[in-house]
Design a protein around this ligand. Structure first.
Ligand code: ARG
Length: 603
């Protein structure tokens, strides 16, 4: 209903100006913005919107807010266009103006939605004079080579994908970048160690799997910490790799390929697309970045290291710790790579991505890192006007005991085992239910439903939490058919699909819609909120808002369907109610799709 919101907002603004002709100039003088402060009504009994603007004008106009509200309403009542949309406004409390849409207006909106496969969500407009569709980079997932992808990466992957889908749907050009940790001194020690213990891994593809690699990595790290000769050899190996020596580069490539295969399996199962552009991509730019920062006078040499002190910003911990952009041994850091990446991403093609907004989805433990890096980019003047850099932090994944998520034997959980278990449990729930309902289904059906429900449950459990909080992982909770869960939402879609099979959805344009019960009007109002929720998620990057909306919509729908006859109703109510069912299904499906969740017609 964003379109209606804007229209009504304009009507009130105009009414205000007509009621108090000199108000604009006086407000300007007083530094007050003339805003009707139109918001969603805080309770259904207050109508659809409420305008709170009268309060802030009281002092300026030297009148009681109620009197101001009264004058505004008088003007509104003379506006034909307003009257067509809204019932007579009511003044409440100290001077709120409550606005309720007319039934015809709501019906008209529903009518529009039924003929609109975007369900009212506008596409971003490319303003005239602007050269291109705004580009958004979503930097997410980003696991590290030779390390296992862990639950933190899973959160980043699921949240990042959903944000990317929403931005894509809105019409942005979205670059989904996988900033893989594929560079750095760890490769020196890994290659040196493998030369000793598993030389074949550096010559042939597929000689190891990621599990082996993770073990080798741990061993290498141990040797590195305890053995001087090994340290020396590892450093030489890094030099060789950075110098582009063929054998070292080949070994490095094999290691990356090995990890990449494993990561890809997870992405395929989750139905997630990413473009890999690892840290190594920015390697050629690192020296230039440090040089440029030096030329800008931002760098201080401290014990041989090149440092940037950012005492002007409020860093949450270690207030004195500088960002080290080059270590005393000449090596570069994680932060240096991110600085090079920012520069590249904001640069225009062909030597950059021409981004307008860059979003980083990582755990909140990296908040400090990004705060520092963003501040440096700002001081260096690398952020174009109106462009945005945003860290999208999320909390930890915990076990049901509130501690770090572990297997029963105390080991870290591997993602593929976690997904397997979700599907396995979904399958056993399903077979039990089929038995109790006396249903006979094929193996293919059971497989398909269990996989969809299992993956959906894992994704939805993560997305439906406010991402900032830590979240407790519980298979039982996420697979429950009741509550704010994926199975509940999937089941609502299935329920409506059942209605469609029995009654048939109307294909042609519906000419005459008629509603009479309060359950129908509640459902209509819930349906019409979809567009504003999408814009909210786009701005605030909180997918849980969309989850809550879909959950509440399902509840309102189920109440409607339990209390109001649909297929047995007489015309024109029957087809009108069927239309609401169809629109509910379409909204749920589109919304779930934007969360990266596939829906089912039967389950
Ligand atoms: N590889 C990092 C990690 O595993 C995440 C990278 C996030 N992206 C970035 N541009 N720093 O923690």
């Amino acid at each position: 209903m964003l379109n209606l919101y804007h229209t009504i907002n304009n009507h009130i603004k105009e009414a205000l100006e007509r009621a108090f002709p000199s108000v604009s100039s006086e407000a300007e003088k007083a530094g007050i913005s003339l805003d009707p402060q139109l918001v969603k009504a805080s309770k259904p009994e207050f109508g659809d919107f409420q305008a709170n603007g009268a309060m802030q004008l009281a002092k300026l106009l030297k009148q009681q807010p109620r009197a101001i509200a009264f004058s505004i309403v008088e003007q509104l009542k003379t506006n034909k266009n307003f009257i067509e949309l809204c019932k007579e406004p009511e003044i409440a409390g100290p001077g709120f103006i409550n606005i309720t849409l007319k039934n015809d207006c709501l019906i008209n909106e529903i009518q529009n939605r039924l003929n609109d496969n975007r369900l009212g969500v506008a596409k971003v407009e490319v303003k005239s004079g602007e050269r291109k569709t705004p580009t958004v980079i979503v930097d997410f997932s980003s696991p590290n080579i030779a390390k296992e992808m862990h639950v933190g990466h899973l959160r980043s992957t699921i949240i990042g994908d959903s944000l990317a889908r929403i931005l894509e749907f809105r019409g942005y050009k979205v670059l989904r970048l996988n900033h893989i940790g594929d560079w750095g001194t760890q490769f020196g020690m890994l290659i040196t160690h493998l030369k000793d213990v598993a030389p074949e891994a550096l010559k042939h593809a597929n000689a190891l799997d990621l599990g082996d690699l993770v073990v080798f990595y741990r061993e290498a790290k141990k040797r590195f910490d305890n053995d001087n000769a090994f340290q020396e050899a590892s450093r030489n190996e890094v030099v060789k790799l950075q110098g582009g020596e063929a054998l070292s580069v080949k070994a490095w490539q094999l290691l990356c390929a090995q990890s990449r295969q494993e990561f890809q399996k997870i992405y395929d199962r989750l139905d997630i697309r990413l473009k890999e552009r690892g840290e190594s991509f920015y390697n050629p730019y690192l020296e230039g970045v440090v040089e440029e920062l030096n030329n800008l006078g931002l760098v201080v040499k401290d014990q041989g290291a090149q440092c940037i002190f950012l005492d002007t910003i409020n860093r949450q911990s270690e207030p004195q710790a500088p960002v080290i952009v080059q270590k005393s041994d000449g090596g570069f850091n994680y932060a240096t790579t991110d600085l090079a990446a920012i520069q590249y991403r904001f640069n225009n093609p062909p030597h950059g991505d021409g981004a307008d907004r860059i979003i980083y989805v990582t755990d909140s433990g990296q908040a400090n890192h990004f705060e520092g890096v963003f501040q440096i980019a700002k001081n260096a003047n690398w952020i174009p006007e109106n462009a945005k850099l945003e860290h999208v932090p999320f909390g930890l994944v915990q076990g049901e005991d509130g501690k770090k998520l572990k297997t029963r034997s105390g080991q870290t959980i591997r993602l593929r085992d976690l997904l397997d278990e979700a599907i396995e449990r979904a399958k056993s729930d399903l077979t039990n239910r089929l038995q109790s309902e006396d249903r006979n289904e094929t193996d293919a059906f059971i497989e398909e439903v269990a996989t969809t429900v299992g993956i959906a449950a894992v994704k939805y459990a993560d997305l439906s939490q406010n991402r900032i909080s830590n979240y407790q992982f519980s298979f039982n909770r996420m697979l429950n058919l009741q509550g704010n869960t994926a199975p509940y939402l999937l089941y609502s879609v299935v329920r409506i699909a059942g209605i469609a099979r029995k009654g048939g959805f109307i294909e042609n344009e519906i000419t005459e819609l008629k509603f009479e019960t309060k359950q129908e009007w509640s459902l209509i109002r819930a349906l019409l909120k979809f567009d504003e929720i999408i814009i909210e998620v786009e701005n605030e990057l909180l997918p849980n808002r969309l989850c809550t909306y879909l959950f509440e919509l399902s509840q309102v729908f189920n109440r409607f369907y339990d209390q109001v006859p649909v297929l047995k109703a007489r015309e024109p109510f029957r087809k009108s109610r069927i239309a609401l069912c169809k629109l509910t299904a379409d909204t749920l499906k589109l919304g779930m799709g934007l969360l990266g969740i596939r829906t089912l017609e039967r389950m």
